[in-house]
Design a binder for this molecule. Structure first.
Ligand code: 5GP
Ligand code: 5GP
Length: 226
């Protein structure tokens, strides 16, 4: 009797651990970058960081664990909140490459905390806080979206470009097919807002996206200046 209830407890513990690890699992990451000009020229407008106006370049929005069916986990571990001291060597690069544009102006900590708490905690088994932020920064440098677009003659000058030319420029420069998300400027024009690329679930390499987010741009979209 004693032995069998011990075995039962062991089995229950094993089951619940398996359940926990399944619920924390994910299939791949979206690596999402935002064009600051398209965050700022909307009705909502934007606020520059307290550290100054960012350079006219794509900035990191986040690295988001996702499932192949399009759903995603979030806020997976409240016991492991963002801790600036764990990324102190990365802060100056984060200020440059992962600037916050939300109002009121901030130094970025609120944005980075939000991204870690909501998304990063769901991949903490593969990327701890330092690895999560340094991986995202490395991906930003590696993908160099602005360079890919510039090389194809696509410039942030308020001009209108075909969505297909933007996608092929990124495909040529980066080597993988992006998902392009649009938003609307104050006059309602569809414009290039965010670019999604996919990363395998160990965070080690770019992959073709298993699934794309929902949403549609027009066939011609604006690339506003910043
Ligand atoms: P929105 O509704 O503005 O598209 O997204 C709001 C937030 O939801 C995003 O900033 C992100 O945190 C989360 N989110 C939206 N779509 C996805 C998705 O496809 N995958 C993941 N992992 N998060 C998403
Ligand atoms: P999401 O849940 O969409 O990943 O995160 C967006 C949240 O981060 C919102 O609460 C938004 O106010 C905040 N945030 C702070 N700075 C930025 C920024 O530069 N871009 C975006 N998209 N959200 C920001």
């Amino acid at each position: 009797m004693k032995a069998s209830s011990g075995a039962l407890i062991q089995a229950l513990v094993a089951l619940s651990l398996a359940g926990l690890s399944v619920s924390k699992d994910f299939d791949f990451f979206y690596f999402v970058q935002q064009w600051p000009g398209s965050y700022c020229d909307t009705q909502q407008s934007c606020c520059y960081p307290t550290t100054g106006k960012p350079a006219p370049d794509f900035g990191v929005h986040g690295l988001w664990p996702n499932y192949n069916d399009g759903t995603y986990p979030s806020n997976c571990d409240s016991s492991n909140p963002f801790d600036q001291s764990k990324v102190s060597d990365l802060i100056s690069k984060m200020q440059k490459d992962w600037p916050t544009l939300a109002c009121p102006s901030g130094d970025g900590v609120t944005f980075w905390s939000h991204e870690w708490d909501k998304h990063g905690t769901c991949s903490e088994d593969v990327l701890d806080q330092h690895s999560y932020f340094s991986k995202a920064l490395a991906l930003k440098t590696q993908t160099n979206l602005l360079q890919a677009l510039t090389t194809a003659g696509i410039e942030a000058n308020g001009g209108s470009y075909s969505l297909s030319s933007i996608k092929s420029a990124i495909q040529s420069g980066v080597g993988y097919t992006p998902f392009v998300e649009c938003n609307s400027d104050e006059s309602g024009n569809s414009q290039l807002y965010q670019v999604y690329l996919c990363v395998d679930n160990s965070g080690s390499k770019l992959i073709e996206c298993p699934v794309f987010p929902n949403g549609k741009c027009g066939s011609q979209i604006e690339f506003p200046s910043f």
